[in-house]
Unconditional design. Structure first.
Length: 55
């Protein structure tokens, strides 16, 4: 059972990392949320692509 769970977890992390890199130019979601909070955004809007500078 564990190999299946770890395989699914790794696949989800890989897909999320690819999406974040393509959308925000970074793969580390913690840093994206931290930077958004430092810029005055709440947690609901922290990963919204329309809030990026330059849009």
């Amino acid at each position: 059972m564990y190999p299946i769970v770890f395989g699914v977890e790794n696949a989800l992390r890989s897909v999320m990392a690819d999406y974040l890199e393509e959308t925000f130019g970074r793969m580390d979601w913690r840093t994206l949320i931290r930077d958004a909070r430092a810029n005055g955004l709440d947690y609901c809007r922290s990963l919204n692509a329309s809030d990026r500078k330059g849009n």
